[in-house]
Design a protein around this ligand. Sequence first.
Ligand code: CP3
Length: 334
Amino acid sequence: MTPIQECILNKRIDKTPIWLMRQAGRYLPEFRKIRRLNPDFVNLCLNENKSSRITLQPLERFDLDAAIIFSDILMVPYGLGQNLIFKKKIGPQLEDINFEKLKRIKKKEFLEKLNPVYKIVKKVKKNSIVKNKDVIGFVGAPWTLLVYMINKTSPKNKILNNFFKNKMLIDQLLSILEKFLKIHIENQVKNGASIIQIFDSWAGLLKEKDLEKYVYLPTSNLVKFVKSLDVPVVCFPRNIKNYKKFCDEVNPDVINIDYNVNITNISEKIHIPIQGGLNPNILLSNKDDLKKEALKYLNTFKNHPYIFNLGHGVMPKTNPKMIDYLVNIVKDFK
Ligand code: CP3
């Protein structure tokens, strides 16, 4: 069994496994080199050879316990026919939804568009470097994808008042998303993904009263589906106020916490394996501060099944040497 599966399924606590969100990305010069020659990010995500190579780049440098497929949560809107581009400094920009077209999209068309993603999973899985490591597949949660599909770009710190104006559209989109996210998950698992992570990056934008409809219900449907495939599921409802309530309502196998979560006594409230938390900004400081912060997480969770990770993705300005230093701290911790 892989170190991460030992942690999740056997609640093993003597060795803390580690992987990092955005472990493949702009902080790596070898990624930037490929990226410079491939200005179209969606095309890059559909390029089997390049994307599988990018997925493995961090594992060639660091002793990480998992590879996360190089792709994006917005490949699902793309598969549903909503085209998008990624602009430097601005991020993703989606075109207007053509709802009539989107409603008619067939499973076959969706799979044809996203087939390269599944081939990437398969290719990564076959590489000997991931032997005894996990291959992590992922999706965006329905709520976060709804935000991007309607807002068409990253929201700042809130969603516009008129976001919920068209209730019919929202309800239908949620149900279309549920159907196609299951298809996307199933095909990643079929091709070798051994864990699925559900990213709900904008869960923190919702009011308490709206969580049931937009987060708990749709996410728990996906969680049940992943479990039916016999693969562990990690949820990351970023910036949500009450992680315990989320765990009670949604029942994931693992919960990823953000860096605002107060971890003192968290083990008394949350009884499932926990992942993440470290503020990625610490990786921009110095080794001493990094060590201090990393040890805080390691010591707090020394009696709780814990997968070391960050509270959000690695920042582009991170020095790869700091990642190496962090991985070694975790691996040497006893
Ligand atoms: O290494 C990995 O973690 C795997 C690959 C991965 C990417 N995006 C690659 C990527 C994963 C798991 C994601 C998830 C993702 N994508 C999320 C959820 C996690 C989070 O960050 O909250 C979200 C919200 C997106 C949408 C997205 N993609 C945004 C907002 C941006 C622009 C911001 C940014 O960091 O540039 C992206 C682009 C993106 N996705 C990049 C990478 C490596 C940078 C692209 C570039 O090179 O310009």
